[in-house]
Structure formats: C-alpha cells, structure tokens
Ligand binder design. Structure first.
Ligand code: 5CA
Ligand code: ZN
Length: 407
C-alpha cells in the first residue's frame, strides 16, 4: 500500500550518540546495536476507527527511535502493517452496514493524514494484510512442515509445545497469559485445543466472512502471524526493534517471536521488544472497543498538530498516563514560547544544548528531560537575549530533527 509522505529532517552538526532502549524481553535498558541500516517493525492499526491519541503516542515513540538512529548516522529500514482484515473490523463493518474494505480504506487514509500532520516519518513498507495473504499462508505451511501446527475443524493452530522459549518476551506467568489471551482476541477456552495457549494461525472460511484460497484451504490469517510474515519478508530475522504499545506484549509479540523462531531457527526474532505505555481517558485505557477516544483528526481542527506532538512528548513514552485537555493548553503555551525564542535574531549559545538533548533522547527516549532543557534555553533567550546569531536556527533544527516539532 501507499505509505505517507515524509517530512524534511534537518541535518544537525556532529552526530548523535548510540541509542539505549528498554527491552521488555531483557527486562532492562540496553544499547541498540544496529548495523549501518537499522531495522524496525512497528505494529500498525486495525483500521476500524479513527486514530486516537493512544495510537499517536505509540507511533510517536517509534518516530523518536527512527530520528535518533538517523541522527547517529544510520539508515533506517522501517516496516509497518495494517490489520485490514480481522474480527473487530468485520464486526464494526457489519454493525454500521459499511463494506469492510471500504471501512479499512477510509480509516487507513485518515491515519495517513494524521501521521503526516504529526510529522511522523513514514515506513518504507506499509503493508495491508490483505495484500500478503499468500505469503502468510506460505509461512504457516513452513511452520506445519516443521511440526509446529495442528488442525482443528479446518482452522490451523500453533502448538505452543513447539516453542521452547515460550514466555521469553513477556516473562508473564501462565495464569496472566491465559487472562490476557482471553481479553485480547485469543480463544483459550475453545474445546479440542491441545493447550489453551495454542494460538490461531489460519481461520477457515465461515459463512459471510472474507476468505482467500490457499493450500491450507479457504480462509484468512490469524492475527500474530501477519506481523511475523510481514516483518520476515521485509526485514528478515534478527531485526533491531519490534515495537508497539504495551498491550501487544502478550499475546501478540510473544506469539510472533516464537513463530519467527520456529520458522527461521534463529533467536531472537527481534533483538529488542520495545513498548509504549497506554494513554487513558476517564480512568480507562483509550480503546476503540470502549469508545473513550480523543481523535487526532478532531484535535487537529482545534489546534496546531505540533502542540499535540508536544503534549505527548511531555510524557515518557513508557509511562501510562491519562489525557486531559489542560495538557494541550500547556503544550500550546510551550510551543508559543519556543517559537518566540527561536524567532529572535540571536540567542544563548546552543551547542551544549544539542549535546544534552541528544543525551536525553539516547537515554531511553527521555523526552520530558529534553523538553526541560529546551524550556531552559528558551527562558534564557527570552529573558536576557544572548549574542549567538546561529543559536535560534540551531534550536529550531534540533527540535525539528530530534523531536519532530517544527517551530
Ligand atoms: N493491528 C494491531 C497490531 S498488529 C493493533 O494492535 N491495532 S490497534 O489499532 O489496536 O493499535 C495500534 C497500536 O496502537 C498498537 O501498537 C497498540 O499497542 C497501540 N495502542 C492502542 N491503544 C492505545 C492506547 N490507549 N495508548 C497507547 N497505545 C495504544
Ligand atoms: Zn502486529
């Protein structure tokens, strides 16, 4: 599918420092060690409703990873999917009397517009599952040939006993895995399964549901296998970062990691599993199924998208937090101050600021720390000026390149 258009990223003097990120699988923060080309896969939307602030927060986190790697001299190969056929999408289409393809297309287009407005760098490949059903089916066949699958009434399951490292990504105890599987699209209670945590790879055709022909019979892909197939086809095994919100730790990233492991014989499937926190509204995680949403597209009608970006950046990406409209007002004030300060002819020397901001971002994306440093520079610029004619331009460029906030 078409990705979205890329914002210009200014080049900064010198080079960024190696990026450290918290890896869920390791349970600690560690250095990312990409080659000349860093490889990142981020799970995309299920397009049955408009982009909300929670989504924006997650894609923003990985946009910062992308920008930090580029600043450190790497090319970045970034791939993202769109879950353009899945149960929640089909259910919403049915409820609203819209064709599921039209619904997906419309919401994906809105997502692209939102991402562009927020200056999120686009993935090199933006892949809808419906575009790669054949590849997904082939990967399932490969898993079948390795003895990792079984059939149940025409559906194909991954046999969890074929995954020797199951649990290595989430580190969750089995009871929690069962609960989360039940809540997040799994079917631990389905009779006939060998183990409750076995997961669906291929769903045989049901009346009224979309299906594709394959050597597995007519049907459609299960959820986790789509991301494994799309990541493998574009990035190969052992890529640098697999990303998403923390609600994807289990079962999605756990299951995907073992599909990749069994298919390729290589571990780890991704070198780091990185997760953004959950954004809540009215005390509950913002989610399409609950409907407690603040849409990016609606907010964009009221305010500058750069203020939305700044409001999100005020939180550490791994924090869970609750949206309130007051945060947008604070971000608008901050944006105006930064614009005033960088609009001056001269300012306080900012070369030290560049190093410090780079260091904050490289430290597991400490954006609150980075924002405080720029606040401090802006305050000094507005209070007593400064004599460096290059400083305002440098601050504009570093804010744009590293934080994606165009002043
Ligand atoms: N299509 C799948 C991934 S393959 C999916 O999870 N789609 S989604 O539309 O439900 O979510 C898209 C991304 O936004 C995921 O990374 C998810 O973890 C993240 N996300 C969803 N809700 C929130 C929230 N309230 N706060 C932060 N991130 C969220
Ligand atoms: Zn995914």
């Amino acid at each position: 599918m078409r990705s979205w258009s890329a914002p210009k990223v200014p080049r900064l003097p010198g080079a960024g420092v190696p990026l450290r990120l918290f890896d869920t699988a390791a349970g600690e923060t560690g250095l990312t060690r990409p080659g000349p080309t860093a490889r990142m896969y981020v799970c995309g939307i299920t397009p049955y409703d408009a982009t909300h602030l929670g989504h924006a927060n997650t894609y923003l986190a990985f946009d910062l990873v992308n920008r930090a790697w580029r600043d450190a001299g790497h090319e970045v190969h970034y791939t993202q999917n769109a879950t353009d056929v899945d149960d929640p999408l089909l259910e919403r289409a049915e409820q609203t009397g819209v064709d599921w393809r039209e619904l997906a297309e419309r919401e994906i287009e809105l997502f692209r517009t939102d991402m562009e407005a927020l200056r999120i760098l686009p993935p090199r490949e933006y892949v809808g599952v419906t575009e790669v059903v054949d590849q997904v089916a082939e990967l399932i066949e490969l898993l079948r040939d390795k003895g990792a699958t079984y059939e149940l009434d025409g559906d194909v399951y991954f046999d969890v006993s074929a995954a020797p490292k199951f649990g290595a990504v989430s580190g969750y105890p089995e009871a929690l895995m069962l609960t989360l599987s039940r809540e997040r699209g799994g079917d631990p209670d389905r009779p006939g399964k060998k183990h409750p945590l076995d997961w669906l790879l291929w769903r045989a055709e049901r009346p009224g549901e979309p299906a594709w022909p394959s050597r597995l019979g007519r049907g459609r892909p299960g959820w986790h296998i789509e991301c494994t197939a799309i990541a493998l086809a574009n990035l190969g095994s052992g890529f640098d970062v697999a990303g998403g919100g923390s609600d994807l730790i289990f079962p999605h990233h756990e299951c995907g990691a073992h599909e990749g492991h069994v298919a390729c014989g290589e571990w780890p499937f991704a070198r780091a599993y990185v997760h953004a926190g959950m954004v809540a509204l009215d005390g509950e995680k913002m989610s399409k199924s609950k409907g407690n949403l603040v849409f990016v597209s609606r907010l964009r009608q009221q305010t500058d998208p750069m203020a939305i970006r700044l409001a999100l950046l005020a939180h550490h990406y791994r924090a869970d937090w609750e949206w309130t409209s007051g945060q947008l007002a604070s971000a608008e004030v901050r944006l105006a101050r930064w614009r005033s300060a960088t609009g001056l002819q001269t300012g306080p020397d900012a070369r030290g600021l560049l190093d410090e901001v780079r260091a904050r971002i490289a430290d597991d994306l400490d954006t609150p720390g980075a924002l405080a440093l720029i606040d401090d520079w802006a305050e000094r610029a507005l209070a007593d000026g400064g004599t460096d004619p290059g400083a305002p331009g440098l601050v504009r460029d570093l804010t744009d390149a590293l934080l994606g906030v165009r002043l």
